[in-house]
Design a protein around this ligand. Sequence first.
Ligand code: SAH
Length: 400
Amino acid sequence: MNIVTLKPSKEKSLLRRHPWVYANAIDRVEGKPAPGATVIVRAADGRFLGRAAYSPHSQIRARVWSFDENEPIDHAFFKRRVQRAVADRRAMVSGTGAVRLIFGEADGLPGLIVDYYIEDGGDGRGQLVCQFMAAGVEAWKDAIVAALTSATGCPNVYERSDVSIREKEGLEQITGLLAGDEPPATIITSENGVRYHVDVRNGHKTGFYVDQRDNRALVQTYAREREVLNCFCYTGGFSLAAMKGGAKRVVSIDSSGEALATAQKNVEANGFDAALAAWLDADAFKTLRRLHDEGERFDLVVLDPPKFAASREHVDRAARAYKDINLTGFKLLRPGGLLFTYSCSGAIDSALFQKIVAGAAADARVDARILKRLGAGVDHPLLTAFPEGEYLKGLLLQIA
Ligand code: SAH
């Protein structure tokens, strides 16, 4: 049997049901657990703490599957966890064909992300897209795929484990078909009445930023008769939502030409007036400044940049980048204008993010009021024992 025994007093976080065991908390390892193998984690005094997946190459040396001494880790375990996650989403999420079915630690499946796309007007079977980001879920891939197809009735599973974090687990990046048919070039899914092309093979992440659903809906609500600037627009998520909401004009910026081409296809797929939208293939930092210098002003600005802080070491540099875009974002707003601003850097918590935005407002010499704090949708739950799971945070602000 594989047993991991912790150093004295290192059991505290596990007793609080935090699922990670760091390498430096471990006193000794008995047996020769292979990557992803199940180990029993014990406190220094020998008491049972949990069953976990061993990851010999990672600083997160083990991730707990279960804190229940009577729960074995087998095919039935994965079937239960996946079924529960799918049932929760069925009960909680509606009005969309793009859902996060599994959100890692929050669903008791550390290191696993699964998104589900259903074709608008299709046969309803859809496409599952997975990211396996830890040795444990990698080792149980077949069991997880079987559980997913059985819980959803969807036979099509595609893998997008092309994420650098796998290297920390000693795993290579990999993409490809796991079950069913090859995905089509794009799946047209619909969210809050807006149709989007999703390219699960080549798009970012699993093809679409499912996490921003509620925030796109909010923009839709406030876009009527407004001039909108959507910065870091990707395939036009917020831009399309604004057009659906009746925006007067939408200017969108992204440095990915491919994403912008899809965004324009999305305008067509919805039958919106293409003349209302301008798509700028450019660097956001420079373009925001240029628009400001040219005297452009907007009523609603969205800033949804990529993760600026990959880890804690990058927080200072990232903070300056967030401040830079928010400063110009504020300056581009007309009086009474709305700013939707986000950070998806896990290393920047919501208090720090608010401080950065406050600094930007001060430098822009505007009075900014927070109307609402924003985050990911209910299909991205946050485990109370695992605050690290919170990555997307946002603010809806209005300037005087
Ligand atoms: N808001 C989008 C998701 C944004 S993801 C949605 O709802 O779908 C972040 C986007 O920023 C990516 O599309 C990426 O291509 C773009 N990006 C990254 N760096 C950039 C830069 N310096 N200038 C402009 N766009 C950038």
